[in-house]
Write a protein that binds this ligand. Structure first.
Ligand code: AMP
Ligand code: MG
Length: 554
């Protein structure tokens, strides 16, 4: 560890550490892999790394923390300290580093205790604007939850987490954030395809930032062990710290036990947020890839960016995760069902605290209608049809028909989802002629040879139905286009773009990470100088690892 420099800006962060102050700690401080009982977390120090280099940071997250957006470009000492701190080499004053204990269902099977095996939170801070945020280093070495693994992360997965967290935020999708990406200077051995070819890769650490990293699995762990004291403490902590609006007036600062009704209301809110989250993923074409219960945030944030992917060509059956290639449990079109299943597991974990099980069941049963309502509003927005169009049952049915037919039509030929919606915004509602209409959306098609007469006829029939719906809505083309372009992004983190940034970074050129981050900060804007990044995935990326499929190895 480096010397503590008392006058450094990072020592002025205000650590509040509510999680570690208010919840029981593991009394054992060894990092040896083991079952941790009766504790919400274990205190653990990040492992030192040999030569931290800051590759990229998010100006918006820096500002949230009260740091200058561009850090300290003229102060190498401050900048170096930033790299040391967010590589885990120096603890800022007030930090209370720890790894959380949680369990989970992985691919539908109960996996028992998991926990932060390669993530170490530095602690929770209070920002200048009054927000509580936890800073967490991912890839910072062994914890009691590392099981047989090394607690480290490699550059490729860290670039992907760093860029995607920020891209999702700028798209308006709830997510954990990323402050920084540092190279550790150490090598990490990974067998990327689990095929007996381990290779040394560059080690890296992302500092993730979120109001909380609590997952469904945090509650499953004590519930699975009948540790009702810990379960109650965790639930009460979560509600008091992160959902105080659910507490009866006057009870916010109190310590009276939280009632079953409030716990059920909280679960209802988690159901609502989770449904909304999947709707947002559907809107932008994001596939999480590993929706295990330990990877679902209690706050409804996208969390744990592993083998995620973005739809290039629209395909509800697509999953980026090679580990899931057989069953495709976590495919794009299945994410809502899986979220519902995961919520059922969370609900089961809460049963011991809510004698009236019907309250939890009722909350869980709201998921399908909650999801459908939000999904319909989202689809209406994507199609530029005003909310009024889905105000009554007839309007909703028309929209449902239009959407069902669109999802079918989008799979007739390989169609780039992102480009399709941007082009659709340009379609004049009175444009005549099949050829003319198809010309407007032509860019979205990967294989023009698939567009035979019959396919074109089906696509165009949908376009004509859409035009009629637009005209019936009374919305003028200009306002529709503007509105659509605020919900249909032009730029997403296409899998191949992330891979290009990784390839360059692995050979020492980090510039594309910053460039991509800059473009993705304004995903709905036209950025003519970066037009190429809004185009279809190039052919070479069709089957290249990292561009079309990913493993969990990171
Ligand atoms: P994930 O698939 O990333 O959600 O991880 C599932 C579990 O494995 C979590 O408990 C992780 O902390 C743990 N884990 C994943 N990768 C590593 C690693 N390289 N070292 C230690 N633990 C890990
Ligand atoms: Mg995880």
């Amino acid at each position: 560890m480096n010397d503590h420099s008392a006058d450094h800006p990072l020592d002025r962060l205000t650590f509040t550490n509510r999680f570690t102050t208010e919840l029981p700690a593991d009394p054992d401080t060894r990092v040896a892999p083991r079952q941790v009982t009766g504790a919400a977390f274990s205190r653990v120090t990040p492992s030192p790394v040999s030569a931290p280099t800051l590759l990229a940071h998010s100006p918006e997250v820096a500002e949230m923390l009260g740091l200058p957006a561009q850090l300290w470009p003229d102060d190498p000492t401050a900048l170096d300290d930033f790299a040391q701190v967010f590589a885990g080499n120096r603890l800022p004053a007030g930090a209370d580093p720890h790894a959380m204990a949680y369990a989970g269902h992985q691919f539908g099977n109960w996996a028992g205790q998991l926990g932060d095996g390669r993530a170490i939170a530095l602690g929770e801070i209070l920002t200048p604007s009054g927000e509580h945020l936890t800073l967490q280093l991912k890839g910072s070495g062994l914890t009691p939850y590392s099981r047989g693994a090394d607690g480290l992360a490699v550059l490729r997965s860290s670039v992907r987490e760093f860029l995607c967290s920020e891209a999702m935020h700028h798209l308006g999708v709830p997510t954990t954030r990323a402050l920084s990406l540092v190279l550790t200077g150490d090598k990490v051995v990974r067998d990327m395809f689990y095929d007996g070819n381990p290779k040394p890769e560059l080690g890296a650490i992302v500092c993730r930032v979120a109001p909380s990293f609590i997952r469904f699995g945090n509650f499953q762990l004590p519930a699975s062990r009948d540790d009702l004291d810990l379960l109650r403490q965790l639930v009460e902590f979560t509600i008091r710290s992160h959902f105080p609006e659910l507490l009866p007036v006057g009870a916010v600062g109190g310590d009276k036990p939280i009632s079953a009704e409030v716990i059920a209301a909280w679960f209802t809110e988690v159901v609502r947020r989770t449904a909304q989250l999947i709707v947002e993923w559907t809107r932008v074409g994001f596939v999480h890839g590993v929706m295990n219960t330990d990877n679902l945030s209690i706050l409804g944030l996208t969390i744990d960016y592993g083998p995620y992917g973005w739809l290039d060509d629209f395909d509800p059956d697509w999953t980026p995760n090679t580990t899931d290639a057989g069953h495709r449990r976590y495919r794009f079109g299945q994410q809502a069902n899986i979220a519902h299943w995961n919520l059922a597991q969370l609900g089961s974990a809460l049963v011991p605290l809510v004698a009236e099980v019907e309250l939890l069941q009722a909350a869980l049963d709201r998921f399908p209608s909650e999801y459908q309502r939000a999904a319909e509003a989202m689809m209406a927005a994507k199609l530029g049809l005003p909310e009024a169009a889905v105000d009554d049952e007839a309007g909703r049915q028309t929209l449902r028909d239009l959407q069902t037919e669109l999802w079918r039509v989008l799979t007739l030929a390989e169609t780039d989802m992102t480009i399709f919606y941007r082009r659709l915004a340009d379609l004049p509602s009175d444009l005549d002629g099949r050829h003319e209409r198809m010309a407007v959306i032509a860019d979205a098609y990967y294989r023009p040879e698939q567009l035979d007469t019959d396919t074109i006829a089906q696509i165009d029939q949908w376009l004509v139905a859409y035009q009629a719906q637009v005209r019936a809505s009374g919305c003028d083309d200009r306002s529709r286009r503007q509105a659509m372009n605020t919900v249909n992004p032009k730029y997403v983190l296409r899998n191949y773009l992330a891979q290009l940034a990784i390839d360059a970074a692995e050979s020492g050129d980090h510039s594309m990470i910053a460039e991509l981050l800059d473009v993705l900060r304004f995903p709905y804007d036209e950025q003519p100088e970066h037009e190429a990044w809004a185009g279809r995935r190039p052919d070479w990326a069709r089957s290249r690892p990292g561009c079309s499929m990913l493993s969990c190895s990171s």
